[in-house]
Design a protein around this ligand. Structure first.
Ligand code: T5A
Length: 217
């Protein structure tokens, strides 16, 4: 595939969505074809699954069901949005992807990591990002920002988890970055938005000039 898959990860309120759209704007202004997308979601069907997962309801969602819904959304998103954009040669900027499952369902819900990795491979057909920016913030900072942003509907189903859940998610993200330092770049999410945007833009330019192909296993 000719395109490039870039993902942004981090706990709630880390600033992923802000950076994903700043990167999209920067690439667009340079006339580089770009597809900004997100998980869960990113295609009409996957957005419906997103709503199922995140909207708080009376019936609790079992962790196994939650995992399979994230994977169902991912398979649909990859098939309908990500692969077609990569085949058109676009830079795909994706707000969360496979690492989120390892961090949240692995770190947060304690589902074994090898099982999660195998499901991720199956759902994506082995597609992996060329670069991932992990925007790291202390849990208190992230949750305070997320709280400031959530509307009158209040927190979504996952945002309503206890603080310890997010500490475990953050720790697993940082562990992933230690395991894969060539792919995952850790950024300090308490830095100003513009400074972070610069670091990401410079790194993406380096990748585009070297054209690291997408990893396909
Ligand atoms: N999930 C997802 C799983 O459990 N498993 C999975 O496999 C997947 C794919 C999805 C939820 O699903 C879970 C993870 C999540 O719980 P989401 O749509 O990704 O949720 O939403 P959130 O992570 O909740 O996204 P947020 O919008 O809360 O956080 P962002 O995107 O990290 O933060 P952003 O950019 O919206 O910024 C939040 C606020 O902070 C400010 C912004 O202006 C905004 O007000 N901000 C900064 N302030 C100061 N300095 C900076 N550098 C700032 N950057 C942003």
């Amino acid at each position: 595939m000719r395109g490039l898959l870039i993902t942004l990860e981090g706990i709630e309120g880390s600033g992923k969505t802000t950076q994903a759209s700043l990167l999209r704007d920067a690439l667009r202004s340079e006339r580089i074809p770009v597809c900004l997308t997100r998980e869960p979601g990113g295609s009409p069907m996957a957005e419906l699954i997103r709503d199922l997962i995140l909207t708080p309801r009376e019936e609790p969602l079992a962790p196994e069901s939650e995992l399979l819904l994230f994977l169902a959304a991912r398979a649909q998103h990859v098939a309908r949005t990500v692969r077609p954009a990569l085949e058109r040669g676009e830079v795909v900027v994706c707000d969360r992807f496979t690492d989120a499952t390892v961090a949240y369902q692995g770190g947060g819900r304690t589902i074994p990591e090898p099982f999660l990795r195998s499901l991720n491979r199956w759902a994506t057909g082995g597609l992996e990002p060329s670069r991932t920016y992990l925007i790291d913030v202390p849990v208190d900072v992230g949750l305070a920002r997320a709280k400031g942003r959530s509307g009158p509907a209040g927190p979504d189903r996952i945002e309503a988890e206890a603080r310890g859940f997010f500490e475990a998610v953050r720790a697993r993200y940082l562990e992933l970055a230690r395991q894969e330092p060539e792919r995952i770049v850790v950024l300090r999410g308490t830095d100003p938005e513009e400074a972070l945007a610069h670091q990401i833009r410079d790194d993406v330019h380096r990748i585009l000039s070297g054209r690291t192909p997408n990893v396909q296993r």
